[in-house]
Design a protein around this ligand. Structure first.
Ligand SMILES: [Fe+2]
Length: 302
């Protein structure tokens, strides 16, 4: 089975993409620039971008960008999708140029989330230099971080990622906001890198198209300074500081200009999948992470 190497980028949509430039510079401590076509590229490492923001009529999440090792893997994935009966669309040259990659295909998972699979990202010589003194973002072969997607068609979506795309289940959590109704499943999935999860599937709706994305910084000082910048810039906090039980990440959550949330944390677990044992966490966090400050009206978690 072809390996999905990492979550390389996410695509957001925003009515005013320029808001992302300010958010990146002032809050995330990331670089950002507007392209001639109105797209905003948010840069957190040596890649030209890790968050691509398209102008549009709605503030929302659009797609997750998954990286393959090269052309052979890209062709192998097409065979895999064909065999599984998954409909996909090969991107034309203009679409590849927009994403700055050599080859790209698009497909939807059984819950309707949009995914892009590509090979051959273009690199330039522009180094990352944070405008806020963030030392660096933890990316590299582990990709940009993780994304948590709504999966109302849960079992079929889980099967799509595990059986068709080769993701592994790292851990599970069964969310029980109301003991009288069945638990809501959340499964944390990894691909071919050590990050505890690059993707989580959540069995509840998210009108923004994504529950949250996560960016990782190397230490607590960077998280604390990010927290200060969130407050100084009047950004809506979605969950208080806390530490997750499953991936040990110490983080807080805040809103992005595209309305979905962003987890800003450090200390995420890097796993050796030969030795890892999947478990069910019965608590989201070891301490903190009060989701009632932002997610409460939707009863969302994680
Ligand atoms: Fe997360």
């Amino acid at each position: 089975m072809v390996e999905i190497r990492s979550l390389a980028y996410v695509v957001a949509q925003c009515r005013e993409p320029a808001r992302w430039v300010q958010y990146a510079h002032e809050v995330l401590g990331a670089m950002a620039k507007s392209r001639a076509d109105g797209v905003v590229l948010v840069k957190v490492d040596e890649r030209p971008y890790r968050i691509l923001v398209e102008p549009g009529s709605e503030d929302r999440y659009l797609a997750s960008g998954w990286e393959l090792s090269g052309r052979d893997a890209f062709q192998g994935l097409q065979l895999q999708l064909d065999r599984a009966g998954v409909v996909f669309e090969l991107a034309d040259a203009a679409a590849c140029a927009s994403r700055q990659v050599n080859g790209l295909l698009r497909a939807s998972d059984p819950s309707g989330n949009r995914h892009e699979f590509f090979w051959g990202p273009q690199l330039d010589a522009r180094a990352f230099a944070s405008p806020q003194g963030v030392s660096r973002f933890v990316t590299g072969e582990m990709g940009l971080g993780h994304t948590v997607l709504p999966a109302l068609n849960f079992d079929a979506t889980l099967e799509f990622f595990t059986k068709v795309l080769g993701f592994g289940v790292s851990d599970i959590f069964n969310f029980r906001p109301d003991p009288s109704v069945p638990a809501i499943p959340i499964h944390f999935l990894h691909c071919a890198n050590g990050r505890h999860h690059s993707l989580a599937l959540a069995g509840f709706p998210s009108p923004e198209g994504c529950v949250h994305i996560m960016l990782e910084v190397p230490d607590m000082t960077d998280v604390g300074r990010g927290h200060d910048r969130m407050q100084a810039n009047g950004i809506k906090q979605m969950a208080t500081l806390g530490q997750h039980l499953n991936d040990h990440m110490t983080s807080f959550y805040m809103q992005t200009p595209s309305t979905f949330a962003l987890e800003y944390g450090f200390g995420g677990l890097v796993c050796d999948w030969e030795k890892h044992t999947a478990f069910e966490a019965t608590e989201v966090s070891i301490w903190g992470h009060d989701f009632s400050v932002g997610f409460n009206e939707k009863k969302d978690a994680v």
